[in-house]
Design a protein around this ligand. Structure first.
Ligand code: RIB
Ligand code: CA
Length: 312
């Protein structure tokens, strides 16, 4: 059964690979639209990058919208140190020619959920949750109409990548994350616990380079650039492809394993702001609200990714 999805994103090299995977999988996924949010880099760049990625994939018919340019309450924190100044550093890319939609991304999310049959649209946030939280606050009636929110964000066993306690997407807008995690919408979370097991090792990057396609070459150059941060910091053998895990889950959920647990967001303490406090061991009686993923079949994931990216 094809999933109708909206991708909410802050490209970001790993967001780019996630979007390409979705666009390369029309049997399983129908991308209704892409809404950009401020995150890795400011909104003018994330909305531009989203259009560059659609053009690279030859899918200029996908409507791309600009959403919120700052978190609900906090000052925007970006991650140029990871993604470079443009957010898509690595290869040289042409300016986009496809237009940005006039409609605000949040209005597109609300309107789409009200128009499509209830329970038929999945939201796939790959960045800070500002757009999703704003839509839920502005139009509470959409919450029961959302089939599922499958997001990349958070960390428990792996702890933080932007502070000792918090993962970037949640840290940038913890108030937004709290709204989403308390919304009652079916929630599937791809935290660092999981994405750090999907590493772009050297031979996997070579697979993209050897594909002989322009898209494969771009993905190889993006991962070459993107991985230097994680290799330096974690001493890992490659960069974690965080965001593509969200899309891979829609295609092959069997590649992923997790637990349905309570997850709450730290929004008060400066020390642990943005921490996803997952009751993995069930030591409280707080109601479970999220399927928190902990394991992925990494070779199965990369096999799927390379097979699909090779189609573009
Ligand atoms: O912490 C990783 C997340 O932050 C990924 O979504 C990456 O693109 C950045 O947005
Ligand atoms: Ca992202």
């Amino acid at each position: 059964m094809r999933r109708k999805i909206i991708i909410d994103t802050d490209p970001g090299q790993d967001d780019a690979v996630a979007i390409l995977l979705a666009l390369a999988s029309p049997e399983e996924i129908d991308v209704l639209g892409i809404t950009a949010v401020a995150g890795n880099v400011p909104l003018p760049l994330t909305q531009r990058n989203a259009r560059i990625i659609c053009e690279l994939a030859g899918h200029t018919h996908i409507p791309v919208f600009a959403g919120c340019d700052a978190p609900l309450e906090r000052r925007l924190v970006t991650a140029e140190h990871v993604h470079g100044k443009t957010g898509l550093d690595g290869p040289q890319l042409p300016d986009p020619t496809m237009p940005l939609q006039d409609q605000h991304g949040v209005d597109f999310i609300i309107e789409t959920l009200r128009r499509e049959p209830s329970g038929s649209v999945t939201l796939c946030p790959l960045g800070p949750l500002t757009n999703i939280a704003t839509a839920l606050t502005r139009a509470p009636d959409i919450a029961p109409r959302i089939q599922e929110i499958v997001l990349m964000g958070g960390a428990y066993f792996e702890v933080g990548n932007i502070t000792p306690a918090a993962e970037f997407n949640i840290y940038v807008d913890p108030q937004a994350a709290e709204i989403v995690f308390k919304s009652g919408v079916p929630l599937t979370v791809m935290p660092l616990d999981l994405t750090h097991k999907a590493l772009t090792t050297a031979e996997r990057v070579e697979t993209f380079r050897k594909m002989g396609t322009h898209v494969g070459q771009m993905v190889a150059e993006w991962t070459d650039f993107f991985e230097r941060f994680d290799k330096e910091k974690y001493g890992s053998e490659g960069a974690p492809l965080h965001d593509p895990c969200v899309i891979a889950y829609l295609i092959r959920p069997d590649l992923f394993k997790g637990r349905f647990v309570n997850v709450e967001i730290e929004t008060q303490s400066e020390l642990t702001l943005g921490m996803t406090v997952a009751d993995w061991w069930g030591v409280t009686n707080r109601p479970a609200n999220a399927t928190f993923m902990g394991d992925v079949d990494a070779s199965g994931f990369f096999q799927l990714l390379t097979e699909r990216i090779a189609r573009l």
